[in-house]
Design a protein around this ligand. Structure first.
Ligand code: MRU
Length: 345
């Protein structure tokens, strides 16, 4: 089993405080910020200090510990009522990653069993959510690697790695496992505009683990596939509908369309906490739209003409029919359908 690389841990709980690795400034600045209140946590999630669906869920779970601490200090009798405003704020921090509400609901389920100060019981639950995500990542890594042929060339999108999870990665967990199984000869990461998760985060975290990586622009994907330079596209997900439709970083859908045309396979690796059985299809997924300035500027400098407008949806939904395999900690489903996904319910 590949050991966790401590430098890549996005979320840590230490000495009663929550620490987040600031992913906005990686890779050239490596710094953590410490958080003491739930509203600071919600802002950090919204502002992308921490990002990636599972890491957002884990962070929110620790956010509930901070919220409970504040609420209990205000009123040991009324903390469960007081905390609801913070729970709401956390839930609204980002809309697409279902892991966020999944984690909050799981934390809330503990409330009814707690008498007295809730902090230690809630902290145990948050730590359990964190550890289970790491365990799920390892299991998915092995399942995903089992699908890969020898001398496999991978293209990945955004960052679905240690930085986006409890610490090993979903798509990049498969890459890590496939690499140590000697099955992977090439990893391409696309830039992932406008936040450049591919350029800044995926490239950095793979190199930290001594896995060579080649960056490409998103628009190079068609040529890469036409030239037969890639065998599998491997991505993570923010929400998977009951029929296997997959919400992930904007640009995933176009990779899946291109992959089908060129005979390249598509794998989605995600923990079960990403599967939302309450929605039948991906059309029910709320896609986050972020501010136009993320596209109109680069490094804080305006690059577009002053009167230009921009539309900035940050996720898209890939129809299940374009996905060759969904991998969770429960196993592999090829050519996903509603009937097949039921086995994970
Ligand atoms: O906007 P981001 O960086 O939070 O988007 C992240 C992604 O789209 C990831 O692919 C997804 O959350 C899966 S992370 C294991």
């Amino acid at each position: 089993m590949n050991p966790l690389n401590e430098r890549l841990q996005a979320v840590r709980w230490e000495e009663d405080k929550l620490y987040l690795l600031d992913q906005r400034v990686l890779p050239h600045t490596y710094t953590h910020i410490s958080l003491e209140t739930a509203s600071q946590v919600a802002i950090a999630i919204k502002d992308m200090v921490v990002r990636g669906a599972p890491a957002i869920g884990i962070t929110a779970a620790y956010g509930v510990v901070l919220a409970a601490r504040e609420a209990y200090q205000k009123s040991p009798e009324q903390w469960q009522t007081i905390i609801s405003a913070d729970m709401q704020t956390l839930a609204q921090a980002r809309p697409t990653a279902v892991n966020l509400v999944w984690a909050l609901e799981r934390m809330q389920k503990c409330f009814s069993h707690i008498s007295g100060n809730p902090e230690s019981e809630l902290l145990s639950e948050a730590k359990a959510i964190h550890q289970e995500d790491i365990d799920a990542n390892y299991t998915m890594g092995n399942f995903g690697s089992s699908l890969l042929p020898k001398n496999c060339r991978i293209l990945t999108h955004c960052n679905a790695g240690a930085l986006a999870t409890g610490g090993y990665g979903t798509a990049l967990g498969v890459v890590r496992s496939g690499f140590s199984d000697n099955k992977i000869t090439q990893v391409y990461a696309d830039e992932t505009r406008p936040w450049l998760q591919g350029t800044r985060l995926t490239a950095w975290e793979l190199l930290e683990d001594h896995i060579p990586v080649t960056l490409v622009t998103e628009s190079a994907a068609a040529t890469l596939m036409k030239e037969k330079m890639v065998d599998w596209v491997i991505v993570g997900s923010d929400r998977i509908a009951a029929n296997g439709d997959v919400a992930n970083k904007i640009g995933t859908y176009h990779l899946a369309v291109l992959a089908r045309y060129h005979g390249v396979k598509v794998m989605v690796a995600a923990p079960l906490s990403t599967v939302d059985f309450s929605i039948a299809t991906g059309s029910e997924i709320k896609v986050e739209e972020r501010e136009a300035h993320e596209i109109l500027t680069s490094n804080g400098q305006r690059i577009a003409p002053l009167d230009a407008q921009a539309w900035n949806p940050v996720f898209d939904v890939t129809p299940a029919e374009l996905v060759d395999a969904i991998v969770t900690e429960k196993g592999i489903i090829e050519q996903p359908t509603t009937e097949k996904l039921q086995q994970w319910r």
